[in-house]
Design a binder for this molecule. Structure first.
Ligand SMILES: NC(=O)C1=CN([C@@H]2O[C@H](COP(=O)(O)OP(=O)(O)OC[C@H]3O[C@@H](n4cnc5c(N)ncnc54)[C@H](OP(=O)(O)O)[C@@H]3O)[C@@H](O)[C@H]2O)C=CC1
Ligand SMILES: O=C1O[C@H](COP(=O)(O)O)[C@@H](O)[C@H](O)[C@H]1O
Length: 489
């Protein structure tokens, strides 16, 4: 039974032969279909540059579905139903002449969703083409990240889209917001009165956000070398996570209430001056190493690499938020490619009790920690102090976890991919999990000053061996403050 709020729509997927569409978007749409969440009348029009028979392109989509959807989730009935929804049209998105044919193909559509799985440089042309062929009126547009390369280019992209579409119909994707565990952050913080009273500089000593990837750049040199880890991950995913951890409680769950609070955090981020860069930010680039016992090449040996590149594949930084809630609480952010394991987690370190009745030798050298594991092994663990069991132990304290593992607790439930949630929310017309223009712009403004500082310094990123936790300087960044990265093996 489809929830009534999910209406029929036509989804026009621009960039349908690209990596994102084939690896993530079509599989996510398939999963929605299998879960009974696509309206019977929903149609999907795949749009790509390559000509040829539509059947040929639809066969490629089918092959990728079989590759990227878990075998247990593939069934003939859904595959048939899903393929009956699909059609393909070849067009050059930059050519204004191509849009009347698109309008013809679409016919009369009540609700069009135009998903731009293309480089952001094409978004303006697509919006103009849609508008000039009478397709903008009932259309929601979905924009992939990164929006621009810096503040100036993001303003240009956002302006080009805003010429034809109001903000209420623009859905900017940050796929981390679609992850179940990231949404759980909102539930954890605002549905449990227990935490809110402790969620401030009086009780929290520091916060760590780690998004470590085991993969390298996956054949995306052309894109990645122009971007680097700061633009690719910090500007969007890590700053969004930081906002969700640090924002004040929104007055309700509406998109703008949440976005208003996130923007306040971004505005309160203390700038990091060129003079502070050396102490507060570490950039790294992986060299050859090994992951899970397998040798992997360095960044400069990747396919199509330019051996002179100074692009960073790792960033660790110490950020501060200048407001009453967070004054004096460092936020340590760290993200890198080719790290020992895939791991996204947030660790909230609470301060020690104001007065200890236990002797130093009776207690471990740690205080309470809340560990929010975003992926993999999704779950939440609160480390609390308890007494060691046993008559011989006396009042010897130990730290142990109060654990909520999502896979154990919701055993039979598959954790949906972020894109399933996000596509569903676009179909419902709900902008909660999408990023507003000003969030993107404040995030760029903060990142731009770091990039400008690096450019002024002209220094190369520090090397780290693939399969390690980044350059030694990233450890020094946190140990200088008397702290450690949680859980590094
Ligand atoms: N791949 C990923 O995991 C992620 C991607 N993104 C974002 O998603 C977007 C798409 O990324 P990705 O799929 O990796 O990129 P790809 O280069 O693999 O795909 C882009 C697609 O757009 C098509 N295209 C580009 N320009 C035109 C044009 N003028 N006319 C017709 N088709 C055109 C390309 O066709 P052709 O091949 O013929 O050039 C290609 O099929 C980007 O904005 C990226 O930053 C965001 C997060 C993750
Ligand atoms: O947006 C991006 O995210 C992926 C990491 O996403 P995850 O869901 O696998 O954690 C990253 O590999 C890619 O470089 C970046 O563009």
């Amino acid at each position: 039974m489809i929830p009534q709020s999910i209406e029929a729509c036509t989804l026009a997927l621009f960039g349908a032969s690209g990596d994102l569409a084939l690896r993530k978007l079509f599989p996510a749409l398939y999963q929605l279909d299998q879960a009974g969440l696509l309206h019977a009348d929903t149609r999907i029009l795949a749009l790509g540059r390559e000509s040829g028979e539509p059947q040929q392109h639809l066969a490629v989509i089918d092959q990728h579905l079989r590759l990227h959807v878990a075998a247990d989730d593939l069934d003939d009935a859904t595959l048939q139903r899903f393929s009956a929804r699909l059609d393909y049209l070849s067009m050059d998105f930059l050519s204004a002449e191509a849009y009347p044919a698109l309008a013809d193909k679409l016919g009369r559509v009540e609700q069009l969703i135009a998903y731009f799985a293309t480089p952001a440089s094409v978004y303006g042309a697509i919006c103009s083409g849609l508008a000039h062929s009478g397709l903008a009126e009932r259309t929601r547009v979905v924009l992939e990240k990164p929006i621009g390369h810096d503040l100036a280019s993001s303003l240009a992209v956002n302006d080009a889209v805003a010429r034809y579409f109001p903000e209420s119909r623009i859905y900017r994707i940050d796929h981390y917001l679609g992850k179940e565990t990231v949404q759980n952050l909102i539930a954890l913080r605002f549905a449990n009165s227990l935490f809110e009273s402790q969620w401030n500089q009086h009780h929290i000593s520091h916060v760590e956000i780690t998004v470590a990837e085991q993969v390298g750049i996956e054949g995306r040199w052309g894109y990645f070398d122009q971007a680097g880890q700061l633009r690719d991950m910090i500007q969007n995913h890590l700053l969004q996570l930081l906002c969700l951890v640090a924002m004040d409680p929104p007055s309700d769950l509406s998109a703008d209430s949440i976005r208003d609070e996130k923007v306040k955090v971004l505005k309160a981020l203390a700038p990091i001056t060129a003079e502070q860069l050396g102490q507060q930010v570490v950039r790294g680039q992986y060299v050859a190493g090994s992951i899970k016992g397998k040798a992997v090449p360095g960044y400069l040996e990747e396919d199509n690499a330019n051996a002179q590149s100074h692009t960073e594949t790792f960033v660790a930084l110490r950020a501060e938020i200048r407001n009453w809630r967070w004054s004096g609480v460092p936020f340590y952010l760290r993200t890198g490619k080719r790290m020992p394991q895939k791991l996204s987690q947030i660790v909230i370190h609470f301060k020690e009790p104001p007065h200890y009745i236990f002797a130093p030798e009776q207690r471990p050298l740690i205080s309470n920690r809340l560990i929010i594991r975003l992926q993999p092994d999704e779950g939440i663990s609160l480390q609390v102090m308890t007494k060691e069991q046993g008559l011989d132990k006396g009042m010897q304290l130990r730290s142990g976890p109060l654990q909520l593992s999502f896979s154990d607790t919701y055993r039979s439930m598959r954790i949906p991919d972020a894109y399933e949630r996000l596509l569903l929310e676009v179909m419902k017309g709900n902008q909660n999990l999408f990023v507003r223009k000003d969030e993107i712009e404040y995030a760029w403004q903060w990142c731009d000053q770091l990039i400008a500082g690096w450019q002024r310094q002209g220094s190369a990123p520090k090397p780290y061996a693939a399969g390690t936790w980044g350059p030694a300087a990233s450890i020094a960044l946190i140990t200088r403050d008397g702290k450690d990265w949680y859980g590094d093996l």
